[in-house]
Design a protein around this ligand. Structure first.
Ligand SMILES: [Zn+2]
Length: 181
């Protein structure tokens, strides 16, 4: 499942049936949750405390987030910061936002030991840093070192080993810098 600004959830209010807790009151689909638990345990064993700071977000939650962003930043500013409802990867139940090292869902995560560990190791657990630096023209999002998407170990490792940065590139999908309308 690839969700971006050209590929919404289908149905638009899709909600996975197998959500399970990953701590902090957040949920992911069961396979992704298991992988996340393993990843955070291995990081902890390396002395790094990484926490899940957002995960599954239902359609109506994204509606509220987006409406708040529009109220604060205007239509264009909101689209730079927040996905439209029905277009958020968080609605898949396969994406999570991570924090640690004193940095929480901010670009500084890339400079922390925790963020660097995620960048180097997430693929071993099936996760991809979904919005890499320099790929906004393809993914539609600025660098988000904290946002990971579960794709399974096989695909995540292949992406890592071949240096293909985005799912759009890997699957030959059109770049999705903007919504269609
Ligand atoms: Zn996110």
């Amino acid at each position: 499942m690839v969700v971006d600004k050209l590929r919404s959830l289908a149905p638009i209010d899709y909600r996975p049936a197998d959500l399970v807790d990953v701590g902090g009151g957040y949920q992911l689909r069961s396979e992704a949750a298991r992988a996340m638990t393993e990843m955070l345990a291995e990081a902890a064993a390396a002395g790094l405390v990484i926490s899940v700071e957002s995960a599954f977000r239902p359609y109506d939650h994204q509606q509220r987030l987006f409406a708040n962003a529009v109220a604060r930043f205007g239509e264009d500013g909101a689209e730079q910061r927040s996905a439209r409802p029905g277009f958020s990867e968080h609605q898949t139940g396969l994406a999570a936002d991570l924090g640690g090292g004193g940095c929480h869902i901010e670009s500084c995560f890339a400079t922390t030991a925790e963020g660097q560990w995620v960048a180097a190791n997430a693929h071993r657990f099936g996760f991809l840093v979904r919005y890499p630096d320099g790929s906004q023209g393809i993914t539609g999002y600025k660098f988000e070192p904290w946002h990971v998407r579960y794709v399974g170990v096989e695909l995540a490792t292949e992406l890592h080993d071949t240096g293909v940065a985005t799912l759009e590139d890997f699957f030959g999908l059109p770049a999705a810098p903007e919504y269609a309308g």
